[in-house]
Write a protein that binds this ligand. Structure first.
Ligand code: SF4
Length: 329
């Protein structure tokens, strides 16, 4: 076991989620959507793992699998060394105190018929481990932590702005004092001016409570800002993982380079500059053979069309799957 594995709060190994889909003839099970196809990653305690990629690449599926809101097809998830996929429903319920989720859309994730007080009390009622008096104090404390005042308690979600609603959603996620929060595109639905405030809130809470985040986003700037480690995902697979500085200063996969826009190729050996993606993400039903990115890659070679690239570890914390790097040696 590596040092990284030892210090990881969460480890994911070879996680797959396949969905059978109906063919055009209506017969079920003849084709398969490979939403996740062999994802492995470590998230260290107190750190943020930023997961970035275009819509439909499997990021949210991964987040949902960690909480078993979606049941993976195969693979392993370890939380503090425990095998999450082997837990029975009672143990899983206990684990969900430790792993919480903040959804993308604060407009639909909060029940419009519940007051803020009801929303924030709900986790305590479901898990029933504090007294009624304590519950009231906890709810007041949560509001303070996320920067809302006590007058919010009797209001309904529609009476708040998008940023305030996301603060309420974050407060709800914090109620049970989790160790890990899956933040699924938590700022994408917000105005740009509000996004920075919510990102700052995540940072402050991490510093205060030593929280660990899986921070999912389709936009690399926010992930680059908040993450300690960045994973770049394409069509159900991670294609590059590295520390923030490794990905930001030395992106190696062409897809990462395009996401970062106009980064010199191969660490200064500029072949050509690439600034945008051509075409759409291919269907995850029968994804392209070889390198899945080959249908859009500006540097595609013959071998890319049939041979899947292996993981190449360029540092202990930075790896990439690309034949270009393999050939560079
Ligand atoms: Fe492009 Fe080939 Fe590298 Fe895939 S393996 S990213 S197609 S160069």
């Amino acid at each position: 076991m590596s040092l990284t594995e030892n210090s990881a709060l969460l480890r994911v190994r070879d996680l797959k989620k396949y969905y059978p889909v109906r063919t055009r003839l209506g017969r079920r099970g003849r084709e398969t959507v490979k939403a996740l196809d062999g994802v492995s990653l470590d998230i260290r305690r107190g750190e943020t793992f930023g997961l970035v990629g275009e819509s439909g690449c499997g990021k949210t599926t991964l987040g949902y699998c960690l909480l078993r809101l979606i049941e993976p097809s195969s693979g392993e998830i370890y939380f503090e060394g425990r095998k999450v996929l082997e837990l029975d429903s009672r143990s899983m319920r206990q684990l969900r105190r430790q792993i919480q989720i903040v959804f993308q859309d604060p407009y639909s994730s909060l029940n419009p018929r519940m007051t803020v007080k009801d929303i924030l009390e709900e986790p305590f009622i479901i898990h029933g481990f504090v007294s009624r008096r304590q519950q009231v104090e906890e709810v007041k404390g949560l509001l303070k932590v996320v920067g809302l005042d006590l007058s919010s308690l009797d209001k309904y979600p529609h009476q708040f702005s998008g940023g305030q609603r996301q603060r309420i959603a974050v407060a709800r996620a914090l109620a049970l004092k989790p160790q890990l929060i899956v933040a699924d595109e938590p700022v994408s639905a917000l105005d740009v001016s509000v996004q920075a405030q919510i990102v700052s809130l995540f940072e402050e809470l991490q510093a205060q409570y030593n929280l660990t985040y899986l921070f999912i986003s389709h936009g690399i700037p926010v992930v680059e800002y908040i993450s300690h480690t960045i994973g770049v995902m394409y069509l159900g697979k991670l294609v590059e993982v590295g520390s923030r500085s490794e990905i930001g200063e030395n992106p190696l996969h062409p897809y990462t380079q395009i996401l970062l826009a106009s980064v010199p190729v191969l660490n200064g050996a500029v072949a050509k500059e690439i600034t945008h993606l051509e075409g759409e993400v291919p269907s995850p039903i029968n994804p392209p053979p070889g390198c899945r990115f080959h249908t859009r890659c500006p540097f595609v070679m013959e071998r890319c069309k049939s041979e899947a690239p292996r993981e190449i570890h360029v540092t202990p914390t930075h790896w990439v799957s690309c034949h270009l790097i393999d050939e560079r040696g």
